[in-house]
Ligand binder design. Structure first.
Ligand code: BGC
Length: 829
């Protein structure tokens, strides 16, 4: 495209039209000048496509922390290539990911989406993924720039942070990605940074990103994260998402005509949009084209590989693992039958299929029995799991959309379809005949109880709803509504009702819902997402004591027990943070009770971020399995039975108690402010500095074999680079992978520094009895410098640097040094 020529042909109205979305996922096309629309899609762990509600199935990759746990840049590059190809199948030209914020606390609702607490691990992995995505011609929009490190009131929270911590910890993953991969788009964060919203932050967007880093791509806002007209345009926010626009359109034109900004500011923003359109033109994606997916055995196999590589063997006393497939096995726990494949919120997508731990284990082991042991739902499970639809008795519920409320006689049906998931987030639902945010929905399903029981029913909404069983009102989430954390924090709490139902009888469940404008709940700082949504829950009342009793009895009867516990997308999601680091009620008691009756026990924890494990000493083996995407259960089974040797390493520190974490006293908002009081001491930098005990350290992860590192050699070509090399021998009986972690320590610095900082890493596959050589290049600018607020620059200090090499941040086995002769300063990338 001749960008300058096209620009000269556009009217001001057309230019401004290009600077916002037209709907949830598309920008505006201008056919007159052959300017196509851009389609964007989340996101960090797969390509959902242009429908969150009832979307086209997709490959779901393991969550961010799981990808972080692979410590494998080659694998992330492959994952990126797969995401790029899936994006093309979904006619998407901009992928909204990866997410590379920092887990400054274990409680961040979206901690699972980001890779690591460490900027180098995050940056290197993000760079690899971006290279992979962009190698297909698709653009990666890295997010959220910057300091969206917690969810509470994310639109108004103000991260108060020192320049040094901002540069060294929070901007660094973006800076590394920019240096190594040149992502062609950035998404701004919702929050403020030192008093100014990221989406209108001149220092971040103009001075750092476009000035120092010479970024020449597209900057877009997070969804409903634009808060001004002239300020955002001037700072460099190219596109307001989603559409229809709130802040551009005639308001942006008025800003020009009133002289608040000049048309040249608009032109700069339009240039970035046109450049982006030009960059993705070779993909040949047609506007608003229909979506496909890549669902084949190769995708499945690769997803399984990635999930396997992410699993971390936290503990294996007495070599309980790997288990035998030939012994009698009990699979116990609330996460066994549930495929916890992803965290919640905008990272969620509809997977091709999701394999539960139980299914994966049953496919491997000969004799498997199951007991639930405890429940772990936060809200009631989806009602659609136990309902069916007449006349064919297919599982699920029927959904009907109307323009008018039920009070209007013979109201016209917009459309009807079947759903298998009664959690319906309608944010991006569209229909050509709907021209307002206010419309009405009915959801209907039949229920036939297998036993006489009291049933619980529930409604959680952003909007208003009532639930009827055989015409009787059982749940009312309309007359009075309690604010809750649902629907990205803008919805209600769960409203529960109950009714005694009888075996063999048929019950009609009918829910009447009206969309978001009818909601009585209004919250500041939460993101109001489009049209709202409803979640319908329901299940028979369960008796916790008998669940536990049955599980303990089963555990006594088998040779080995696998206990599946953890969180799921209900506990880790968007718009709110976790209240504590604990497992759902009942899980700790379950683990302890099973450990008492059968010592041959493995605990599998699934969570995106750390949970407390008060039973850690009572169990011999623990696997951390994250949210593993489509192949969750298969990957777990591969590791459990030794078909794969675990090689994952923790990408974050695992505290004993939530109180131990560096941000503990600084997570709650105070007059809208969140003070990053721990400064640069995030994660292991904190635990090291104050010498505080930790459950499992950053970088930790065991294997079924053993490695020995030796022969460290450090050659410095100061002030530019240093080469760190050595050997890794596999002295065990199985082949496996080891991550060589290179930390630097600089005790004679002029400024306070962490005890050690990760500066590079590499993952090696070593066959049993073999030795592999590693050679790692350190860029000394990045490895040795600190950010000086006084100099407003990086300072590479002279002195002797200690190189510490090991297999975790607390298992350092080799040490060396190199010297830098003169101090120098630098800026840029
Ligand atoms: C999230 C973004 C996401 C966007 C679109 C927002 O709520 O913060 O990460 O890309 O929604 O789904």
């Amino acid at each position: 495209m001749d960008i300058e020529h096209t620009l000269s042909e556009l009217t001001l109205e057309e230019k401004v039209g290009l600077l916002s979305g037209v709907d949830f996922w598309h920008t505006k096309a201008i056919p007159r000048l052959n300017i196509p629309a851009l389609r964007m899609s989340d996101g960090p762990n797969g390509i959902r496509g242009s429908r969150l509600f009832n979307g086209v199935p997709a490959a779901c990759f393991p969550c961010g922390t799981a990808l972080g746990a692979t410590w494998d840049t080659a694998l992330l590059r492959t994952a990126g290539e797969m995401m790029g190809r899936e994006a093309i199948a979904k006619c998407v030209s901009i992928v909204l990911g990866p997410t590379i914020n920092i887990q400054r606390t274990p409680l961040g609702g979206r901690g699972f989406e980001s890779y690591s607490e460490d900027p180098v691990l995050s940056g290197d992995l993000a760079a690899a993924l971006v290279v992979g995505i962009q190698s297909t011609g698709v653009i990666a929009a890295i997010k959220h720039f910057v300091c969206n490190d917690q969810e509470e009131k994310r639109q108004r929270s103000n991260s108060i942070i020192t320049a040094r911590a901002l540069r060294e910890v929070y901007l660094m993953p973006f800076q590394i990605a920019e240096k190594k991969a040149k992502p062609k788009a950035y998404m701004t964060a919702y929050n403020k940074v030192n008093g100014v919203h990221a989406s209108e932050n001149t220092q971040l967007l103009r001075d750092i990103l476009r000035g120092e880093w010479k970024f020449d791509g597209l900057v877009l806002s997070d969804w409903y994260g634009t808060y001004s007209v002239a300020e955002a345009l001037s700072a460099g926010l190219d596109i307001e998402m989603p559409g229809p626009s709130r802040w551009r359109g005639s308001l942006a034109q008025l800003s020009v005509s009133s002289g608040k900004i000049t048309e040249s500011v608009i032109d700069d923003r339009v240039r970035a949009v046109l450049r982006t359109i030009d960059r993705v033109a070779p993909l040949g994606i047609k506007d608003f084209a229909s979506e496909g997916t890549i669902d084949n055995p190769e995708t499945e196999a690769k997803l399984r590989d990635i999930a396997v590589s992410s699993i971390v063997l936290l503990k294996n006393s007495g070599k309980v693992l790997p288990l035998s497939e030939h012994k009698t096995t009990a699979v116990i726990g609330p996460n066994a039958m549930l495929a916890a494949y992803s965290g919640g919120g905008s990272a969620q997508l509809r997977p091709h299929r999701a394999v539960s731990p139980f299914e994966g284990i049953r496919a491997r082991a000969k004799s498997v029995r199951y007991a639930q042991g405890a429940t772990n739902y936060k809200k009631l499970p989806m009602l659609s799991n136990i309902t069916f639809i007449h006349p064919n008795n297919t599982p699920g519920m029927e959904m009907r959309v109307y323009h008018d409320p039920p009070s209007v006689q013979n109201r016209r049906l917009v459309e009807a379809f079947n759903i298998t998931d009664s959690s319906c987030f309608l944010n991006d639902y569209t229909h050509p005949t709907l021209h307002t945010n206010l419309f009405y929905v009915e959801v209907e399903g039949m229920l036939m109880p297998e036993a006489d029981s009291v049933y619980l029913f529930s409604l959680t909404v952003n909007g208003t709803a009532k639930l009827y069983v055989n015409g009787k009102l059982v749940v009312d989430n309309e007359t009075k509504q309690q604010p809750g954390d649902s629907f990205f924090g803008s919805g209600t709490a769960e409203e529960i009702g109950s009714m005694a139902l009888h075996k063999g009888e048929e019950y009609k469940i009918l829910v009447q819902f009206a969309t978001a404008p009818t909601s009585k709940v209004r919250k500041t700082g939460a993101t109001q997402m489009g049209l709202g949504g409803l979640q319908i829950g329901g299940c028979p009342v369960t008796d916790a004591e008998s669940l536990l009793f049955d599980a303990v009895n089963l555990a006594k009867e088998v040779d080995q027990v696998i206990v599946c516990i953890g969180l799921n997308s209900e506990w880790e999601s968007e718009g709110w943070d976790r209240q504590n680091m604990d497992l759902p009620p009942g899980s700790n008691a379950l683990v302890n009770a099973i450990a008492e009756v059968n010592p041959n026990l493995v605990v599998i924890n699934q969570s995106g971020t750390p949970v407390t494990m008060p039973w850690v000493r009572n169990v011999p083996a623990i696997l951390q399995a994250w949210y593993g995407g489509n192949e969750t259960g298969n990957a777990i089974a591969d590791v459990l039975f030794g078909h794969a040797n675990p090689g994952g390493k923790l990408p974050l520190s695992w505290p004993i108690r939530v109180q131990d974490n560096p941000a503990f006293v600084n997570t709650q908002l105070e007059d809208g402010n969140v003070t990053y009081g721990e400064g640069i001491y995030v994660g292991y930098r904190w635990y090291d500095k104050i010498d505080r005990e930790i459950l499992f350290p950053f970088g930790h992860g065991l294997s079924y074999t053993e490695f020995q590192m030796s022969q460290l050699s450090v050659e410095a070509y100061a002030p530019v680079s240093a080469k760190v090399s050595g050997n890794v021998a596999n002295i065990g009986h199985r082949s496996g992978s080891e991550v060589v972690q290179v930390y630097l320590c600089f005790p004679t610095s002029m400024v306070p520094r962490p005890v050690k900082e990760l500066k590079a890493f590499t993952k090696l596959l070593v066959a049993s009895g073999e030795t592999e050589k590693f050679e790692i290049e350190l860029d000394l600018k990045y490895a040795c410098s600190y950010w000086s607020e006084l100099a407003n620059a990086w300072v590479l200090e002279k002195g002797t640097y200690h190189v510490l090499v090991g297999s975790s941040s607390q298992k350092i086995t080799l040490a060396g040094t190199f010297d830098v002769a003169v101090t120098s300063t630098w800026t840029g990338i």
